[in-house]
Design a protein around this ligand. Structure first.
Ligand SMILES: Cc1cc2nc3c(=O)[nH]c(=O)nc-3n(C[C@H](O)[C@H](O)[C@H](O)COP(=O)(O)OP(=O)(O)OC[C@H]3O[C@@H](n4cnc5c(N)ncnc54)[C@H](O)[C@@H]3O)c2cc1C
Length: 424
């Protein structure tokens, strides 16, 4: 029962009372119960206009196609050379060679022209020359073959190289399927299937948190951040996927009030949801830098020393990256007792550890609720689920409830004192 309308531009996603209600197009309005923003590189701008965060940025992607190479076997397997950032595939008697280089060229910083579709960007021979040399080193036959086509086409990349699927936390019934990081063709069948299930059933058919749009943070709408990260994101597709590998671009977006003191104590920072968090501490004379390996990494002993100190004595942890919301109002307790698996009807000053469960009895969130006053509670949750959990809470507040949830994440620090001597 699907109908496809070609050469019709969506100029606006229509939203009524926080819910998608259709699209405005160059051919008039269309009402719809559900809308999917699958606008590729344009999804960022189209989504932003509807008040949603769709963090992706275009980058130039280069490949070449040779002249016909006599004797080139058909059905050669695709070859990937991580060191040379390149892939090689047989293409109708020719070789197609493309790259995911470590320093990429973001494109379309000021927005993607509406007229740009299935189009191509100018060559940049200077940019691909060293890549081509490395490819010839791996496949010497390439050196003898003439080049028929230099191709440069843009594709969108996300800050963590994972795609963006699911219902937006900001607007109900508005779904996203975008940010395919150069694997959109091979991913299309699966992404389409799970998205359809998600829409019909009201929940994803499996654990899709890796690619769930609700992991996006509002700051990630920022174009400068996206551009800076895209320089690195494209190349990370083929770079070594070291355990604990940290991004090197677009860092320092969210810092705790204690950042300078943590740094002075030798912290080596990792990034979660844009926050700089101390992953381990380097003792004096040791550089606070990861040396990646698939074996035991350089931080192991330093982390172990910290672990032992807390296990046997006491340690102070900066946990300011936690997501934090106040829930306030005459019905705050009723609302939270409806959402929480545990009972939050506790005296003022008491903390309740609880899960939030969905209708299938599965865990949606894992957090604490602190009663700060008769009609005010503080919810503290994981940094990575700040957006997701707030959306869940707001969606499960009855519309007529006398309660309001406010995200106060950046207003408060969190310090944890842990270890057997923490009460001393
Ligand atoms: C050079 C190159 C090589 C690639 N090679 C591979 C490969 O080998 N394998 C692979 O899996 N992937 C590959 N990819 C990536 C793949 O092409 C993309 O991931 C995929 O096309 C993304 O699909 P999409 O539907 O999200 O976006 P798109 O294919 O960009 O489609 C989005 C569509 O939305 C339309 N649109 C945008 N805004 C509006 C609007 N307001 N109203 C109406 N329509 C709108 C656009 O016109 C466009 O047609 C390659 C990409 C490039 C550039």
């Amino acid at each position: 029962g699907a109908r496809i309308f070609e050469n019709v531009a969506v100029t606006q996603i229509l939203v009524e009372q926080g819910r998608a209600s259709g699209v405005r197009t160059t051919h008039g309005d269309m009402r719809a119960e559900f809308v999917v923003n699958a606008a590729g590189m344009w999804a960022h701008g189209l989504g932003a206009a509807a008040g949603t965060t769709v963090p992706l940025h275009a980058a130039e992607h280069f490949y070449i196609v040779t002249e016909a190479i006599p004797g080139l076997p058909k059905h050669l397997p695709v070859l990937r050379d991580g060191d040379a950032c390149s892939y090689f595939k047989e293409d109708a008697g020719k070789l197609l060679v493309g790259w995911f280089e470590p320093v990429a060229k973001p494109w379309g910083m000021m927005g993607i022209p509406e007229s740009f579709s299935f189009d191509q960007l100018p060559d940049d021979l200077e940019h691909i020359e060293p890549l081509l040399e490395a490819a010839i080193h791996r496949v010497p036959a390439l050196g003898q073959a003439g080049i028929q086509l230099f191709f440069n086409g843009p594709e969108s990349f996300t800050p963590d190289d994972r795609y963006l699927l699911g219902e937006t936390p900001e607007v109900r019934n508005l779904f996203v399927a975008a940010g395919f990081n150069s694997i959109g063709i091979q991913s299309a069948g699966g992404a389409g299937k799970v998205l359809a299930d998600w829409i019909v059933d009201g929940h994803p058919p499996m654990d899709l948190w890796d690619v769930d749009i609700r992991r996006a943070m509002p700051f990630q709408r920022n174009r400068t951040y996206l551009k800076d990260r895209t320089v690195e994101a494209l190349g990370l597709l083929y770079a070594m996927h070291w355990p604990f590998r940290q991004p090197e671009t677009a860092r320092g977006v969210r810092r705790s009030a204690l950042h300078d003191r943590l740094k002075a104590s030798g912290a080596c920072f990792g990034e979660v949801a844009g926050w700089e968090r101390p992953n381990w501490y380097a003792p004096k004379g040791v550089a606070a830098e990861y040396r990646y390996s698939f074996g035991r990494q350089n931080w192991f002993e330093h982390s172990a020393a910290e672990h032992r100190a807390v296990r046997n004595n006491v340690g102070l942890f900066d946990q300011s990256s936690f997501g934090k919301y106040t829930v306030e109002g005459g019905d705050a307790e009723i609302v939270l007792n409806r959402v929480c698996a545990n009972d939050v009807s506790v005296p003022v000053g008491q903390i309740v550890y609880t899960q939030w469960l969905n209708a299938r009895g599965c865990i949606e969130a894992d957090l604490t609720v602190t009663r700060e006053a008769e009609e005010r509670f503080l919810v503290v949750t994981a940094a990575a689920t700040q957006t997701r959990d707030l959306a869940w809470l707001r969606r499960h507040m009855p519309q007529d409830a006398r309660a309001v949830a406010v995200d106060v994440t950046s207003a408060y620090a969190v310090l944890g004192i842990m270890g057997p001597k923490s009460r001393d």
